[in-house]
Design a protein. Structure first.
Length: 340
């Protein structure tokens, strides 16, 4: 029986552990109504806590909505806030482990994505958007974030001897840095268009966040999903983006990392062939490579990851509608070179 697996074993600490709280600053643009058509806040979802200096009438419509409203560990969480009536500089803070994307604003609406670490304990947390640069405009919006419990798959298996032959600590460290840099390099605005599509059709053989004990070693988490398919099957980009890495790595084998903008990237490992080059713009549905078993793998499959900055999130969630709340808005002409 073939053992199908593969992940960034041996060289990635769960980055999300390192980020307990994120803080971002941004400028708010001119006022306008940027809410998606027909989208109104649910009263039950809205929690507004104006600072004392704010007149009630200036805050009655301001709100925060979360998508999904009750996220799980390993989800990405879309934050939608507004209409913001202040032009002061907002700060976004949250008290659960994870990382936040760059912040978008369309008119007076604000959008951001938080990658929630898969090791987050289920609990009720807080998210705060505050603007205090100008005392006359100071405001604080608060929202409770209830993160539910999620049971992750557990598995135990062995790898054939020799699969790590030739690996060196120095090269692994170098590749770890290559991956970190590729995920860190991002366009500030979303590059995606329409819904995300599947990069490959096939059977999921290892789930996101799975707890895996390999050869009796301490448990490691699976930062992506494994999709089994025949060697040579084309793998397509689930949406538009810029190729940030296209290289052959020890554990990842032939690997491609695509920046979809706004700190959202997708990663493809163990490819048999790579059909794209670093710096290239790739379209939604365009072939990036073919399924293989290069690197730390014993059977043909795709290891697919989605990250918010360095925090892995469940790739299957990308097919939900949540990201569509964030306007794409990035001018096509700015994508004319891709060499950034
Ligand atoms: Zn994998």
């Amino acid at each position: 029986m073939k053992v199908i697996l593969g992940q960034r074993l041996f060289f990635l600490l769960p980055a999300c552990i390192l980020v307990a709280t994120s803080l971002f600053l941004l400028k708010v643009g001119p006022e306008s109504t940027g809410a998606p058509p027909g989208h109104q806040p649910d009263e039950k979802e809205v929690a507004i806590k104006p600072a004392e200096s704010i007149k009630a009438e200036t805050t009655t419509d301001e709100h925060i909505i979360l998508h999904p409203s009750t996220p799980e560990p390993g989800n990405f969480l879309v934050i939608e806030a507004g209409p913001l009536k202040s032009t002061a500089t907002p700060e976004i803070e949250f008290d659960f482990p994870g990382e936040i994307s760059s912040v978008q604003h369309t008119g007076n609406m604000l959008y951001a994505v938080v990658g929630i670490c898969y090791e987050t304990e289920p609990d009720r947390y807080n998210l705060t958007i505050s603007k205090s640069a100008n005392p006359t405009e100071s405001l604080e919006l608060q929202k409770a974030v209830s993160i539910g419990e999620k049971k992750f798959q557990e598995s135990r298996f062995s790898m054939p001897t020799g699969v790590t032959e030739g690996w060196t600590p120095d090269r692994l460290a170098e590749e770890r840095e290559m991956i970190r840099e590729a995920m860190a390099k991002t366009e500030p605005h979303p590059l995606w268009i329409k819904r995300f599509i599947e990069p490959l059709e096939g059977r999921i053989t290892s789930e996101f966040g799975a707890i895996r004990i390999i050869d009796g070693n301490p448990p490691r988490r699976h930062d992506g999903i494994d999709i089994a398919a025949e060697e040579g099957t084309p793998v397509v980009s689930p949406n538009r983006g810029i190729v940030r890495l296209a290289d052959s790595l020890l554990a990842g084998g032939k690997t491609v990392i695509i920046d979809h903008g706004m700190d959202l990237s997708s990663t493809y490992m163990h490819l048999d062939s790579i059909e794209v080059k670093k710096g290239q713009i790739i379209d939604r549905g365009e072939v990036l490579g073919t399924v293989g078993m290069t690197g730390y793998a014993t059977g043909p499959h795709l290891h697919w990851e989605v990250n918010i900055s360095q925090t892995p999130v469940n790739p299957e969630q990308i097919f939900d509608n949540d990201l569509l709340w964030i306007p794409c808005g990035y001018a096509a002409k700015k994508l004319s070179t891709g060499h950034q």
